[in-house]
Design a protein around this ligand. Sequence first.
Ligand SMILES: [Mg+2]
Length: 268
Amino acid sequence: MAFDGEQIRGVLFDLDDTLLNHRGAARDALALWTAGAGLSEPLDVLESRWTALETHFYGRYQLGELSREEQRRARVRAFLPALTATDERADAAFSAYWIAYEHSWRPFEDARRTLVRVCAAGLAVGILTNGSLEDQRRKLERVGFMDLEIPLIASSELPAAKPDPRAFWAACSILGVTPSRCVMVGDSLEADVQGAEAAGLTPILLDRYDSHAGVPVRRVRSLDVLTQNLGAASAEGQPRLAPPARCSESPTTTASAPSTASATTSKS
Ligand SMILES: [Mg+2]
């Protein structure tokens, strides 16, 4: 339903909670981490508090108000004030969480096949994510998507993060498509959908948990819906780029480094 008949030439995917199950990994990590720290509140309560802190302080990092390390310390200090008096203790506390979080990284079941199908249809594909290129690249390595060689475009390497239009324009430039011929798929109404629309792209909200029913946007509940008509669109003769040979629904055992934003943009 999404890409046929619209002269679409490129598709950008968000990473966290679109391709990678960040929410599930963070919850699993939190369960381990808080048990080790002796917290006894219900996991739902802890998750709500941790998520709010993440949203607030990570947002300030995205705006350049805090460094990557400062936002991490601020999050654990607000969450565990008794255990994080010094920077060293705060860093150790965050590291304990991060190890558990990283161990829990996993892709959504529909993620790889969607990337492969869009790629094989000849569309330019990229991953546009807010965050550190180093962290986000490790996620792709962990979930086994590196062999697809899809450009990873991280906001740490861009003039601004989503929803700033400059993030989308830079990503479109890297893919070699104009914004009006590019789709942005993501789970965030503000960062992905509203940002993409303001930048002139076609936004699609991925609403896996049915949190935005009734919101007047193009909305899908799974990534599979996006590729249902891709074969038909190609068969109708709509010109596509040549499908790359690397596209495979089975991951290869030898991963190669994907191209990244750092290859084509300068650090802000
Ligand atoms: Mg997201």
